[in-house]
Write a protein that binds this ligand. Structure first.
Ligand code: SF4
Length: 279
């Protein structure tokens, strides 16, 4: 068998642990056969591994393996999204209607704003009832959320949401939720997941677009196209965790200025190959 065929065969049979080894050390460990004396028989240069990985990706076999490696890097779950993500800013001891309002409010505060800042403002609003916010002077509401970006617009929309909640109740479906001003696909999907435990899609965030374009898992900037692609790659039961896993990876390692030296995906990553700024 030619060397290239051996490489492809070994790659296709690699478990996630072996794949990790490949990514960390740049060679395939020999399978334990009674005749094998060392791993050198299957050793490959980093360049050969990268080419093999790239060939595998082109065959569209790589997304899940890459995700598994990201999951391994995210075992500690200590990114801002895990600790103070907007989906955590609600009072579990209050009535359901208020909880839903608080969840959607904190999500509406989050665009273009860091999680710790969103959390600070959302927690301040927990002191007030839906009725308080519906009748609150807009200026006062702006003061309560002044640290978030676009606070004027967000204050107006949150007040509108409070009035809607009083007149019609909080939305209970994705279709109803996405009609609300200030709510896009991502927010509506997270709201349905957190408030109703319904996973109706994979919410796409700017971190996810950056990561997927860098590796590249999917070279598109459109959130809807990326969502559909990821939904086709993963089983429904896996969808619920993908956003938080990738967002946390984007907050801790694959930042806008990435910390590639901490990343186990260097050999897969096109951005790293082009820039090679670390290591
Ligand atoms: S190697 Fe760098 S750019 Fe590539 S996925 Fe890892 S952190 Fe991001």
């Amino acid at each position: 068998m030619r060397q290239t065929q051996k490489v492809m065969l070994a790659f296709s049979e690699a478990t996630s642990n072996e794949l990790n080894e490949i990514l960390q050390h740049g060679f395939f460990k020999d399978k334990k056969s009674p005749n094998s004396k060392s791993k050198s028989k299957m050793s490959l240069s980093k360049q050969q591994c990268s080419q093999t990985a790239s060939m595998k990706k082109q065959q569209n076999y790589g997304t899940k393996q890459i995700y598994e490696i990201i999951q391994q890097m995210r075992l500690e779950r200590n990114a801002p999204v895990d600790l103070v993500g907007p989906q955590k800013c609600f009072n579990q001891n209050t009535d359901l209607q208020t909880q839903r309002f608080q969840i959607l409010t904190s999500l509406m505060l989050s665009p273009q704003t860091k999680d710790d800042v969103t959390s600070k403002c959302a927690n301040r609003l927990l002191e007030f009832t839906i009725n308080d916010i519906a009748n609150m002077d807009e200026e006062q509401l702006v003061k309560l959320i002044y640290e978030v970006n676009f606070n004027l617009t967000k204050a107006k929309r949150i007040k509108d949401l409070a009035q809607l909640a009083l007149s019609q109740g909080m939305p209970t479906t994705f279709e109803e939720t996405i009609k609300i001003k200030g709510v896009g696909e991502k927010i509506a999907l997270i709201y349905m997941h957190v408030a109703f435990q319904k996973v109706e899609g994979i919410p796409i965030d700017v971190n996810m677009i950056r990561i997927c374009n860098r590796i590249p898992i999917f070279k598109e900037k459109s959130p809807t196209k990326l969502r559909k692609f990821l939904e086709s790659e993963f089983e429904h039961k896996e969808w619920g965790d993908i956003n938080q896993t990738l967002v946390g990876f984007g907050q801790q390692i694959c930042l806008p200025k990435p910390k590639c030296e901490l990343c186990k995906l260097k050999n897969f990553c096109e951005y790293y190959k082009i820039n090679n700024t670390s290591d």
